[in-house]
Unconditional design. Structure first.
Length: 273
């Protein structure tokens, strides 16, 4: 806007200001068609009468967006459930993943599960594990570190508390594999905490450096929700649900591993006295 890229979707546009927009090829090529629900059936990781946990594919938003033609996960899953059973179909949304983030996401199917899930998410009793492929900084981070850094919403409102634990899992010539354990659920929390540490997630066109020299190109945000641990909200039984990396994440990791390692630098010799 006026030569600057707005960082918030909620910017108020004043009269007389110029707004430039760039459309992706094919974005306005006509109505979009929803992804076949048959594909979603194969992505169910856990299901009973109270819960539905699926492996969210990248490229699809969790819920409805401003464009009514765009398929969203809640709509596709509702359609899938309606095809299998009669009666009321509803999905309770207790967590969200960004459009290009893949992996484990949980919904309630019965209202009796909502209160128990809400208590666990609000009480930070749900353990979430994410994997990210990131840029490699000049100085490697410690093997484990914790970030406590507020995530600010749109406007000038004070930032909300945000805490994430990180672990360095693999080091590549041009990237890192990082494991993230968010203790809070702020929007873009992992992405922001990594970017502020100089470890922007590959493919992050908002907080990263697309096209920067030495940064591997990625077709989408390389962030995957790999594990979810909680108590069943009705039975109290422990639930551990895991989700393998999707093919594009696997290929990106394999490509980074295949690059030759940086040569070790010879230790500096001390100068003679």
């Amino acid at each position: 806007m006026e030569g600057a890229r707005p960082r918030s979707p909620g910017v108020v546009v004043e009269a007389g200001r110029r707004v430039d927009a760039a459309l992706r090829a094919g974005a306005a090529a006509g109505p979009r068609t929803a992804a076949p629900t048959l594909l979603l059936a194969s992505r169910i990781l856990f299901e009973d009468e109270f819960l539905l946990v699926v492996d969210k594919p990248p490229g699809i938003p969790t819920h409805e967006t401003a464009d009514p033609r765009r398929p969203h996960l809640v709509g596709l899953l509702t359609r899938l459930l309606a095809e299998r059973a009669s009666g009321e179909i509803r999905l309770g949304v207790h967590q969200r993943l960004d459009r290009d983030t893949s992996g484990v996401i949980l919904f309630s199917k019965d209202r009796s599960a909502d209160a128990g899930l809400a208590r666990q998410f609000a009480g930070r009793a749900v353990s979430k594990t994410y994997h990210a492929l990131t840029e490699r900084p000049r100085k490697l981070p410690r093997e484990r570190w914790t970030v406590v850094d507020p995530v600010r919403p749109a406007g000038n409102e004070p930032g909300a508390e945000a805490r994430t634990e990180f672990q360095r899992r693999e080091v590549f010539r041009r990237g890192l594999l990082v494991e993230a354990h968010p203790h809070t659920g702020r929007k873009h929390q992992i992405r922001l905490h990594l970017a502020r540490a100089g470890l922007a997630i590959l493919g992050d066109d908002r907080y990263g450096r697309p096209g920067a020299s030495g940064t591997p190109a990625a077709a989408r945000l390389m962030l995957h929700a790999s594990r979810l641990e909680l108590r069943h909200p009705v039975t109290g039984a422990p639930l551990v649900i895991e989700c393998a990396w999707p093919s594009d994440f696997q290929k990106m990791a394999a490509a980074l591993r295949a690059e030759p390692a940086e040569p070790e630098q010879a230790p500096k010799r001390s100068s003679p006295c």
